[in-house]
Design a protein around this ligand. Structure first.
Ligand SMILES: O=C1O[C@H](COP(=O)(O)O)[C@@H](O)[C@H](O)[C@H]1O
Length: 233
């Protein structure tokens, strides 16, 4: 069973401070070792306070390439756009923020185009920072018809288009996601979780291991390393 260490915080602010510190440390180490860093950050609401603090951290941001772990097929100006959120925070710091979408409406075409655009990056990711939904989705790997392709799809594929079914209520649009193999091959994988319901989902997923029907369970079961899970209620 995967060795997961839970870090518990009393508030979102406390968690943000710790997570921003950890991610900044990882980026700093990568810059020292390789002169550049390639990172994937989650979208949604949970990571926002930590992302804001991280963006204020003094680092050689010009040498950092940031991908969203996943994105919704919406314009970058839309409030649902994960790349839009990252661009607003990190472009002013001179980081390179690469979107996974480019105005497509068809997820299959969007996934293929994203895959081509990111093929020549300096893989693997230095860190895959993940979030989780109450339905157990992580990045945009959802239970449903595209689950197997996204979680275990062709090893050569780094990004893939998905059409969640049912579409999630808070962001009912098709998406592009980094694939399971791309995320778990990161040098470090970390997970941020908010709320009691999501904690239950993650605990259940960890117990189920590779037999889990939840994307977060399958993904964590494939991990070859320990993982820090940060949580606030
Ligand atoms: O749709 C998404 O949801 C998950 C979880 O987001 P949260 O708002 O519930 O914290 C997120 O990790 C993913 O990147 C996002 O696109």
């Amino acid at each position: 069973m995967i060795d997961a260490e839970w870090w518990e915080y009393d508030s979102a602010d406390e968690m943000a401070e710790a997570v921003a510190g950890d991610i900044a440390y990882i980026i700093g180490q990568a810059l020292e070792a390789r002169g550049r860093a390639l990172v994937a950050f989650p979208g949604g609401s949970t990571p926002l306070p930590a992302l804001k603090l991280l963006a204020e951290t003094k680092l050689e941001w010009a040498d950092v390439t940031i991908l969203p772990t996943d994105d919704r097929l919406v314009p970058v100006t839309d409030k649902l756009s994960n790349a839009g959120m990252l661009a607003r925070l990190f472009l002013p710091k001179k980081a390179r923020v690469l979107p996974l979408t480019a105005g497509e409406s068809d997820p299959v075409a969007a996934g293929r185009a994203a895959d081509e655009r990111i093929a020549d990056l300096d893989w693997p990711l230095d860190v895959a920072w993940l979030g989780v939904g109450e339905d157990g989705h992580t990045a945009s790997i959802f239970p449903g018809p595209d689950f197997e392709a996204a979680i275990a799809g062709p090893k050569a594929r780094r990004a893939i288009g998905v059409r969640p079914d049912p579409l999630p209520e808070n962001a009912p649009v098709p998406r592009v996601t980094l694939t399971g193999p791309t995320l778990i091959s990161a040098r470090t994988v970390t997970l941020t979780v908010s709320g009691k319901a999501k904690r239950k989902v993650v605990e259940q997923a960890l117990k189920q291991g590779s037999s889990s029907k939840l994307p977060i369970g399958r993904l964590l079961a494939e991990l070859d390393m320990d993982i820090d899970i940060h949580w606030h209620p």
